[in-house]
Design a protein around this ligand. Structure first.
Ligand code: DGL
Length: 271
């Protein structure tokens, strides 16, 4: 099923739920000619509270599904999955994760070398960001906070709700006094809650989303020829799969993707 040389083959993107759609949106804007397949593993969400072994198994199964769909590369648009999965174990297709680009963007952004990392329990416990950041610059001060209740709030679309502000305060008030100037949104659901997060941390703290930095890594891979660029001028296809497809997935997808949602095919349950 190798489609690695086929420029028309889609780019596969996946997350445990709707969070990865924040990454997909950036990729849709950055690569207007590329076809995309998205999988939200909503039947098994959340990943972030599960054990490393389970997260790894889910990730491998979803990558296998995308491989069968004939993708030319895969994007793990989920920090919890990225933090537990080693690309070295999946040699068939180029796989991009969100941790390295997010760490690079934060390191480039910080002036006072104090960086916050927000993530799920799995991502924070794995220390994937701390390791990636310290390998870039050993003199950074890194403060990580697990925010497990953020994912269900984002999935429920409660981003403008007072309960979200309250929970953000509970998780982030301690960070506020540590004088960070940069904070990594180390879960792809968190950009949905950006307003509530900034309300506590203050507008002067730069929030880092992995989407843009990730798009640059893919662009580099395309320019170097390791992934073929789609040169076709035909209108592209965007297929959305969810392992438990329901109307709330569609309504959040419509909110996040905006006009792109109208162009997408909602392809129902993947498996
Ligand atoms: N959006 C995911 C992440 O980036 C995971 C959320 C979850 O399933 O816990 O970590």
């Amino acid at each position: 099923v190798s489609n690695l040389k086929n420029e028309n083959a889609p780019i596969g993107v996946f997350d445990s739920g709707i969070g990865g759609l924040t990454v997909l949106k950036t990729l849709l804007q950055s690569f207007p000619n590329e076809n995309f397949i998205y999988v939200g593993d909503t039947a098994r969400l959340p990943y972030g509270n599960k054990s490393p072994q389970t997260i790894r198994r889910y990730t491998e199964e979803t990558l296998e599904f995308l491989k069968q769909k004939g993708i030319k590369c895969a994007v793990i648009a989920c920090n919890s999955a990225s933090s537990q999965f080693s690309e070295a174990n999946f040699k068939e297709i180029p796989v991009f994760n969100v941790i390295a680009p997010g760490a690079q963007a934060a390191q480039a952004q910080t002036k006072n070398k104090k960086i916050g990392v927000l993530g799920t329990r799995a991502t924070v416990t794995s220390e994937a960001y701390s390791k990636a950041l310290l390998s870039l610059s050993p003199d950074l001060n890194i403060y990580s906070v697990a925010c497990p209740l953020f994912v269900p709030l984002a999935e429920e679309g409660l981003d403008e709700d007072p309960i979200t502000n309250l929970i953000a305060f509970r998780y982030l008030n301690g960070l506020k006094n540590l004088n960070i100037d940069t904070c990594i949104l180390g879960c792809t659901h968190y950009p949905i809650l950006k307003k509530a997060i900034s309300k506590v941390l203050g507008d002067e703290v730069q929030l880092i989303e992995s989407g843009e930095a990730l798009a640059q890594s893919i662009e580099l891979a395309m320019n170097s020829g390791s992934i073929p660029k789609n040169q076709s001028k035909e209108s592209r296809s965007i297929e959305l799969f969810a392992t438990d497809h329901n109307s709330s997935f569609d309504s959040m997808a419509a909110r996040i993707l905006g006009a792109h949602f109208a162009a997408a095919t909602s392809a129902g349950c993947s498996y």
